[in-house]
Design a protein around this ligand. Sequence first.
Ligand code: BDP
Length: 689
Amino acid sequence: MKTLLLGILFVFTAFVLKAQEGHELWLRSSQKTVPVKIICSKNTPTLAIARQELQQGWQGEPNATVTLSITKNKKIKTDGFRLTQHEVEATTDRGILYGVYELLRRQQTGEGIQDEICNPSYAIRMLNHWDNLNGTVERGYAGMSIFWRKDDPFVVTEQDKTRWQEYARANASIGINGSSINNVNASPTVLTPEYLNRTKAIAAVLRPYGVKTYLSVNFSSPKVIGGLPTSDPLDPAVIKWWKDKVDEIYTLIPDFGGFLVKANSEGQPGPQDFGRTHADGANMLADALTPYGGIVMWRAFVYSSNDKDRAKQAYTEFVPLDGQFRDNVIIQVKNGPIDFQPREPFSPLFGAMKKTPVMTEFQVTQEYLGHSTHLAFLSTMWEECLQSDTYQEGPGSTVARCTDGSLYPQKYTAIAGVSNIGLDTNWCGHHFAQANWYAYGRLAWNNNLRSEQIADEWIRQTFPPASPSTTGSSLYAADWRENFLVPVKRMMLESREAVVNYMTPLGLHHIMSANGHYGPGPWWAPEKMRADWTPPYYHQAGTNGVGFDRTKKGSDAVDQYREPLAAQFNDPATCPDMFLLWFHHLPWDYKMKSGRTLWEEICAHYDKGILQVRQFQKTWDKVQPYVDSSRFVAIQRKLRTQCSDALVWKDACLLYFQQFSQMPIPYYLERPVNNLDEIRANEFLKRIP
Ligand code: BDP
């Protein structure tokens, strides 16, 4: 009976599930529109969008009346809203728009609506685009930039505008309210009139959706495009140049958000070039922006080649400056102390600068997690970071609370995600990478959300069943939940851990090849290369063991964490396994909590990663009846590549480390199928997808 039913279902869904290219993201238009009446006393471009969305997406009872009201309810923060089944109340029209999207989402996912107030965790919820003015995207794996292009760079076409509008709508639907639209490795040219004009055109399209526009700026701009002899932040002519530039920008874009700055980092210019501090540089820009309410997001991603431990440097450089920044400067800190690795402990800067606003920077684009080829749902990684306890103000001082204003009062609260968006039809390269854009927005709105809920919402909206009701009691709905929703959700929730397992288990980090950051390369160390850009610096493998000693006897990075964490991380017996080789250099035969040796444990993790991806393939093949053919095949192909890549990772790392451990790969595990010398010989030929 069940087989027959599945058979019928297969034929039925194959008919109903039209091929999809994924361009609609999680905003699939409903199959039939249900009429709704809307009462709203005001009209603004933003409210017009709110109305239109309701009219197109209403799935409640037919001809219901929905009231949109702007009030002065003090419990509702800017951007927040009060929601009932038939009412959205907010203090701004942006709040109304967010409330409408929430209402429609609840209808689509079948989640109930109480009379409730929803306020965002952060006032500023940013996407950072690493888009270059020539249209390429640094660490972008989904095509060229949606904002910039090489040919006819200043012509704004209807096609451009449509893309920007769709982009803004997707952001608004998950509460993202800011975009910095050019690479943090910023070209000074972006501040020339032609590029500012294009920026103005972009801002005009994003504005009604509540998305403010920001720019990344190059600290040498006064010299490079202003013709000044210096860019010294204390030089009066430099101060005036920035002030005039800011005036010019606000004349074009009155609601411009502000600047994002990467300074004295990886060769970028900055105040230290003139013997000044990060605070001198950031404050100078902040002062120019103050009259307009603009902000500076100053990145703490700094490290130099001569330090003993790269992981310690941001903290060492920034903590002494605590209290010296203007209140419209926010220090933007990557989630981990090194660089967006598949797993890092949280950056010790969170909670350490008590008199300075600090914001988290996540990487939505999968630079170190298989680009847009591997399926890796990053929500679990961000949740892990946000929920990490820093103990800065006693137990419960999570990273989330250290940055959202609940522990330290700050004028501006913010969060940033490095975008994974490009001109590809499906925006993100991998259909499942869309879930990372979605999850980032949802966590930026509510930093206490759980990945399980986020995945659930995303699946329901992105792969809705052919039958209109997912919540009703029909056999079909129950079947869809059991055979599609549950296994796909499980796969998503496990996917990041799988990547950690087959790439960098047990606290290993930064062992990928060369600059592509895609395949394995634990051996990669060209002669003249900076040591801290090569994997051996991070894994320290030798016949005596593996791992970076960051204990009190080593680089002492553990001391940047508050007790009880410092002591816990310092002792291999209490250090969580997942951070073991991040903090410790241990012999290959070190006895793990599991009873296995360290070497066996490493092997077991790499092996498990492979088994997990194989399971993802099985899961996906089985859900074919529930997915349109185009997305089904695209994802199936990507999973195949992920599986063969994972095998290369496992074989490369195990065969390389085995040269030091000199121990057999446990015989109960699969044998390598690739040869190390062949992987090494092909390393640079490997297609970067
Ligand atoms: C690294 C990227 C590099 C970025 C840098 C940054 O490899 O392309 O410019 O981060 O965040 O992860 O500035």
